[in-house]
Design a protein around this ligand. Structure first.
Ligand SMILES: [Zn+2]
Length: 443
């Protein structure tokens, strides 16, 4: 004991020890200051420049009954007047909404309302059935049942989209490309469908969204690191369509939905999905099944003698099919025919067809409508070390990447953000140099 004290006394008299302690203290102060200032700037970006953008996603429709629970105080309001109808105080308690002629029934009480608005205070999770969601909800009384619409901030929405659209194990550049593409697509739909009941469906017709349960940390990182980034063209948000696999060439948008020409969506060659799943496919379709499908669309035929390709467009996709039937020759638009037979059989219009007794044999390339980014091609590119910008430039030539709040909230805001971001980038470089762990840990 005495020895240790004596040793300490000698150490205390040593100037070098004092000097090193001082240096350590200064380093610690600098470290704390640096980390705090970094967070201050991030907060500045989020609070001052980040403008929340809410979208409305229809997660379910035509329900006679829906059970809802929440992990916080759930408030149910009349969606039109805003008046408070009910507070569910015990978290985790399930309440049942059902459709009634005179309104919407909540547990045992019928409210004469056509829209109910569900929100939480403080923020939390709302469960629709067993699926967890971020954001608020609208329950709308429709013609065939209740429509369930999630009102969710775009960044929260993307957290539940990116890992459903692609694998969260893909390289970061491909995940980030998907995040930017999904954000642009969602925003463009929201701007276009302002007067409709909802902006997007939650399935493959829009993009797949499975709420909070689907979230994966790598996909969360891709969303966070592209926060607010959207594709633009002529100062407008690009409707950044995408699909699974193009099969060699992406499609011109004018040929799919008869939309006006948009040059970043006019089709490009793609050699990066060649070795990927869905590049090549084949399938048999029974003649009877096809006849049933065609008759449901009002064709009224008994037999098909032969199917052949009527014409192909520049990308090699079938524009229309010729069907020799007992009612004579029928010409059917390629897309309509694929929808009648089923998109899981005819996966793309880059297809060949052969006739056999009783069935037809289709073989083709790619999966999906073919417009915009080829997801498997983006994966192929990311394996070749392409960064996010390169991937997006290839599939949307001529489109730029801007901040959402710059395009929607005005130029001024965007310029300020860019300045702030540049200074953040600089700080990040310093941070890497000094290897400060705190910002990484706290992220
Ligand atoms: Zn491709």
């Amino acid at each position: 004991m005495f020895k240790a004290a004596r040793y300490l006394f000698i150490l205390a008299k040593n100037k070098i020890v004092w000097l090193s302690l001082l240096i350590i203290l200064l380093a610690a102060v600098y470290w704390v200051y640096f980390s705090l200032s970094y967070f201050y700037e991030i907060n500045f970006l989020e609070k001052e420049n980040y403008k929340k953008f809410f979208i409305r996603v229809r997660v379910d429709s035509g329900k006679k009954e829906v059970s809802v629970s929440a992990d916080n105080l759930l408030r149910v309001r009349d969606g039109l007047t805003g008046s408070l109808l009910k507070i569910v105080e015990s978290p985790g308690k399930t309440i049942v909404f059902s459709q009634e002629d005179s309104g919407i029934k909540v547990d045992d009480t019928i409210f004469q309302a056509t829209i109910l608005y569900l929100s939480l205070k403080p923020e939390g999770t709302i469960y629709i059935g067993k699926t967890a969601y971020r954001g608020d909800f609208k329950i709308i009384k429709g013609e065939d049942g209740l429509n369930i619409i999630n009102m969710v901030e775009i960044e929260d929405y993307l957290k539940g989209v990116v890992p459903c659209e692609v694998s969260a194990l893909w390289p970061m550049s491909a995940l980030k490309a998907q995040a930017i593409v999904s954000r642009s697509y969602a925003v463009s739909q929201a701007l276009r469908r302002k007067n409709k009941e909802y902006d997007l469906a939650a399935d493959t017709y829009s993009q797949v969204y499975k709420g909070k349960d689907a979230e994966q940390w790598r996909a969360l990182r891709a969303v966070r690191e592209t926060r607010g980034d959207i594709l633009t063209f002529n100062n407008r948000v690009l409707p950044a369509y995408f699909h699974s696999c193009c099969g060699g060439h992406t499609q011109d948008i004018t040929r799919v939905w008869g939309e006006e020409k948009i040059s970043p969506l006019s089709g490009v060659e793609c050699q990066w999905c060649r070795w990927m799943p869905h590049f090549r496919w084949q399938t048999r379709v029974q003649e009877d099944k096809m006849i049933i499908g065609l008759n449901e669309k009002g064709y009224d035929i008994l037999s098909i003698q032969n199917i052949s390709i009527g014409d192909r467009d520049d990308s090699g996709r079938v524009s229309f099919f010729n069907l020799n039937t007992d009612k004579g020759l029928i010409k059917i638009d390629g897309m309509d025919f694929a929808n009648i037979v089923g998109r899981r059989f005819i996966k793309s219009l880059n297809t060949q067809v052969k006739s056999y007794p009783g069935y037809y044999y289709f073989s083709g390339y790619g999966w999906g409508h073919g417009v915009g980014m080829c997801q498997w091609g983006a994966f192929g590119l990311s394996l070749r070390w392409s960064n996010t910008e390169d991937i997006l430039k290839i599939y949307y030539p001529g489109a730029g990447i801007d901040k959402l709040w710059g395009v929607i909230g005005g130029e001024q805001r965007e310029q300020e953000t860019k300045k702030k971001e540049a200074s953040l980038e600089k700080k990040k470089k310093y941070r890497r140099f000094f290897i400060f762990p705190l910002p990484y840990v706290m992220k």
